[in-house]
Structure formats: structure tokens, C-alpha cells
Design a protein around this ligand. Structure first.
Ligand SMILES: Nc1nc2c(c(=O)[nH]1)N(C=O)[C@@H](CNc1ccc(C(=O)N[C@@H](CCC(=O)O)C(=O)O)cc1)CN2
Ligand SMILES: Nc1ncnc2c1ncn2[C@@H]1O[C@H](COP(=O)(O)OP(=O)(O)OP(=O)(O)O)[C@@H](O)[C@H]1O
Length: 213
């Protein structure tokens, strides 16, 4: 049947379909549903753990990660580094981003051009005017897309094989699938460690994981 061709279909709306396609990967819909439920429960646990961390400890985590990133990255001059604007108790790298800017790095922040589409990365400097983006995440007011050498990814969870659990939109996976040359660094705290996310075909492993002690 022509409407059962290999058009990407995330909702598997046709009841005859024994599979669905996610970004060209054949996925068993029942497995995708089970994994979705499992991850949802895991996210709630991890959000609760993160919320329970006192502010001072969170600040220590951010400072420790800044040091670890400096050691890992070395000379940042002319490197295009994508970081993020912290939400929901994620480590706050904004001071570190400003320091990187002074040291000659080119910084970028993720933006969401549309729902269920890959992220873009736009230039940020400490002087950048910001505006509110989707999910109430601030983004640079002026659009200036960049192709990052390094992408720093906030971890909600991370498993033993360096697969990340995020906020559940699949945005980083979609994005990194299209940027195979970007080096990826997942950052978080020790309590982010989980055994497995039951990785699926769409999940992208991170190159490096840095966890604050
Ligand atoms: N600081 C920061 N910025 C970021 C990300 C991030 O993880 N951290 N992103 C990384 O992707 C993008 C935003 N991604 C998001 C994805 C989902 C939800 C969210 O609220 N999701 C729903 C549940 C979705 C579901 O389970 O189907 C929710 O929590 O209610 C928020 C942000 C871009 N910017
Ligand atoms: N490359 C992709 N193309 C299309 N859909 C995708 C892709 N990657 C993930 N998804 C879909 O996004 C949904 C959430 O994926 P997942 O559980 O991996 O989110 P996450 O990595 O925790 O989220 P985020 O990256 O936004 O923080 C799943 O339904 C998945 O099928």
C-alpha cells in the first residue's frame, strides 16, 4: 500500500503497521511504548534527586564541572562550544561560558526552531540580549547559527554505556544525529548515573561524560 511506504512516521497511525520509523530507524511500537514508560518513571526519580540537592551543593557541582571542562578542553581559542542556559536545577555554566568567551572561544546556545525538530545553535556572548524561547528557556535575541565543534549536554541521567536521559523530547538525539562531527560532553553529578536507559536505535552515545564528585 502506498501509504505504508517508508515515510518517517512517529505516531504509527496506520493500524496495519507492525513497525514505525523514527528518523529512518525501524522501531517496534510496543518496545518504544515500554521504553517510553520506563524512561518517564526514571525521569521523575532523577528530577526528584536533583531538586533535593541544596543550592550550595549545586553551586559546588557547577564550579567543579567548570574545572573539569577546562582540563578536558584545553586551549579553547577559536573553538565553537555549544553550552546551554540552565533549567530545572541543571549545572549553571554561565560564568564559565563568560570566561571561555574572554579566552577566545565562540559560544553558542541551543534553540528550538520547531516542535520535534532538531535544535539549532546560535552565537552567544556575555553581552547578548536574550528573549524567551520554547519551554521558557532564554535564547539569544539575534539569530546567528553556528556549527559547534563541541556540544556540552546537560544530563538528567546517564547510563553505563554513555547514553543520556534528558527531558524527554528527543531533541539532542535528533540534533546530534545530524552533526556527527561534533564532540559531545555530557555533564552532571554522581547521582545521574543509572544502569541502562535501554538504548533504542535513535539514541546517540555521548563521547565524554564528566560527573562532578
Ligand atoms: N538547559 C537546557 N536547554 C535545552 C535543553 C535542555 O535539556 N536543557 N534541551 C534539550 O533537549 C532543549 C529543550 N528540551 C526540552 C525537552 C522537553 C522538555 C519538556 O518539558 N518536556 C515535557 C515532557 C516530554 C515528554 O515526556 O514527552 C515535560 O517535561 O513536561 C523541555 C525541554 C533545548 N534547550
Ligand atoms: N532522531 C530522532 N528522530 C525522531 N524522533 C526521535 C529521534 N530521537 C528521539 N526521538 C523521539 O523522541 C522521544 C523522546 O526520546 P528520548 O527518550 O531519547 O528523549 P531524551 O533524550 O530524554 O530528550 P531530550 O534530548 O529532549 O532531552 C522518543 O519518542 C523518540 O522516538
Amino acid at each position: 500500500m502506498s501509504d505504508m511506504s517508508d515515510t518517517p512516521n512517529e505516531s504509527a497511525s496506520n493500524s496495519c503497521m507492525a513497525h514505525q520509523l523514527v528518523d529512518g530507524h525501524v522501531i517496534d511500537p510496543q518496545t518504544a511504548r515500554d521504553v517510553g514508560h520506563f524512561r518517564k518513571a526514571l525521569r521523575q526519580e532523577l528530577y526528584a534527586k536533583r531538586k533535593a540537592v541544596p543550592l550550595v551543593q549545586r553551586q559546588n557541582t557547577s564550579a567543579a564541572l567548570a574545572e573539569m571542562l577546562n582540563t578536558h578542553i584545553g586551549d579553547p581559542r577559536d573553538k565553537i562550544i555549544a553550552a546551554y542556559w540552565p533549567i530545572r536545577g541543571e549545572p549553571d555554566l554561565r560564568n564559565w561560558m563568560a570566561e571561555m568567551h574572554v579566552k577566545g572561544a565562540i559560544l553558542a546556545l541551543p534553540t528550538m526552531p520547531a516542535k520535534h525538530q532538531p535544535l539549532e545553535f546560535h552565537r552567544w556572548t556575555p553581552e547578548s540580549e536574550m528573549k524567551m524561547g520554547h519551554f521558557h528557556i532564554p535564547i539569544p535575541q539575534v539569530a546567528d547559527p553556528l556549527d559547534p565543534d563541541l556540544v556540552i549536554v546537560p544530563l538528567l541521567g546517564v547510563d553505563q554505556d554513555q547514553y543520556r536521559l534528558g527531558n524527554g523530547g528527543g531533541y539532542y538525539d535528533r540534533t546530534l544525529a545530524r552533526r556527527p562531527n561534533a564532540q559531545t560532553i555530557g555533564i552532571g553529578a554522581q547521582f545521574c548515573q543509572i544502569k541502562t536507559i535501554f538504548p533504542q536505535a535513535w539514541d546517540i552515545r555521548l563521547n565524554t561524560i564528566l560527573l562532578a564528585p
